[in-house]
Design a protein around this ligand. Structure first.
Ligand code: PSV
Ligand code: MN
Length: 388
């Protein structure tokens, strides 16, 4: 029921994790456009993330990417986060930007390169210990560009071997989140191309290994919500990397290209218990903002996820179940569409006001003058960006 106490509680307790790299400069392989006021180190990235949380009230965690966010003192970074009202979320392992990884990281034909990649993954677990992060997020750019380039099954063996070592190293409360991606940068065969491959590895590893669904990483037309329902049913959905795509892995703001898809995904999350705290689904954003202002883009993305969640929670579950039971195809679809077409912005604005927040985080941030302040203050130093 719209606005019921259960709906309100679910909305205020939802946590959306933002990515440190979404605050830095980024672009395409053609050009990175620098913006003024962009953070110059991981501490300033957290300062920006704190603004997203301050204005939305639902973004208390930040994912880090290593080595982009390497610092001398991770305890100091975690306590900086704490002072800002944040905690550090998933630690993302970057084994895709070193020359040695040209032919792969943990699946590379050379055991010395595999050892180097494994060492980086284990360093990320050390960082989790130091920061209190509970999730290690793994995405491998590994794969081949040409048929015959390497043996596909042998690469799976190498991957399994590395994952098993890392899994063993995890502490009791720590998880491994394995992300798949259809293609890019490998074009012929990616080593973890789909949910089935990720799921098979996670199943073998054990209960602490779960799958990450990055919404940008599928073929056009893929029914992502089906994958979500299935993984939740199997207890293997660990996290989302939300973003939007028109063509491939576009990394645009979540809910921008296809808000209806985001709603359908959140519907499956809701009906399959993914919002329950015990489900431990991490709702992360994975976006790189190329031409848009970074903090406002992140605020808009968080709001889009919230709106999709609110609409999904607004679905009349009893009416939907009755229509489904009686085979009322059009009636069932109408129940879903009624919720999708509901304007949930007043509900969310009211909830924010009850929490002492401004009703519209996006315009409130722009009106705060902070964007101009950081542009004036953050001069000198090296701006954070893709690869830094
Ligand atoms: C790969 O495309 C990916 O989705 C992974 O999550 C990486 O960590 C991230 O993008 C880097 O931007
Ligand atoms: Mn991702």
């Amino acid at each position: 029921m719209p606005g019921s106490s259960a709906v309100r509680a679910a909305l205020t307790s939802q946590a959306i994790e933002t990515p440190s790299w979404g605050y830095g400069n980024s672009g395409t392989r053609f050009k990175v456009f620098a913006q003024s006021g962009v953070p110059r180190d991981p501490f300033e990235k957290l300062d920006d993330a704190a603004q997203v949380h301050a204005f939305t009230g639902v973004a208390p965690r930040v994912s880090l990417h290593i080595p982009w966010d390497r610092v001398d003192d991770y305890g100091a970074l975690a306590s900086h986060a704490g002072k800002l009202g944040l905690t550090l979320g998933a630690i993302n392992a970057n084994v895709f930007q070193d020359d040695d990884f040209k032919l792969g990281s943990v699946t590379h034909p050379d055991p010395a390169v595999r050892r180097k990649a494994l060492a980086l993954l284990l360093e990320c677990v050390d960082i989790m210990d130091a920061t209190g992060s509970s999730d290690l997020k793994l995405w491998f750019s590994d794969g081949t560009n040409y048929p015959g380039q390497d043996d596909v099954a042998t690469r799976q063996d190498r991957l399994a071997e590395a994952l098993a070592v890392v899994y063993e190293r995890l502490g009791g409360d720590q998880r491994m989140l394995l992300e798949y991606k259809l293609f890019e940068p490998a074009f012929y065969a990616t080593d973890v191309p789909d949910w089935g491959t990720a799921y098979a590895h996670c199943l073998k590893l054990g209960p602490k290994a779960k799958v990450v669904v990055d919404t940008g990483h599928h073929a056009p037309g893929t029914n992502i919500e089906f994958i979500v329902a299935l993984l939740l049913r199997e207890g293997k959905l660990g996290a989302f990397d939300f973003n939007s795509r028109f063509y491939a892995d576009d990394d645009l703001m979540a809910g921008a290209a296809d808000p209806f898809q985001l709603f359908r995904i959140m519907h499956e999350v809701v009906v399959n218990g993914g919002l329950e705290p015990g489900a431990q689904v991490d709702f992360m954003l994975d976006q790189c903002h190329n031409i848009e202002a970074k903090v406002p883009a992140m605020i808009r993305s968080v709001m889009n996820v919230q709106e999709a969640t609110a609409k999904a929670l607004t679905i009349d579950a009893a009416a939907l179940a009755a229509a489904q039971r009686s085979g009322d195809v059009l009636g069932a679809n109408a129940v879903l569409m009624d919720a999708y077409n509901t304007d949930v912005r007043p509900l969310l604005a009211g909830l924010r006001e009850e929490q002492g927040l401004r009703p519209d985080p996006f315009s409130a941030y722009l009106a705060s003058g902070r964007q101009e302040r950081i542009a004036a203050e953050r001069v000198g130093g090296t701006q954070a960006g893709w690869g830094a």
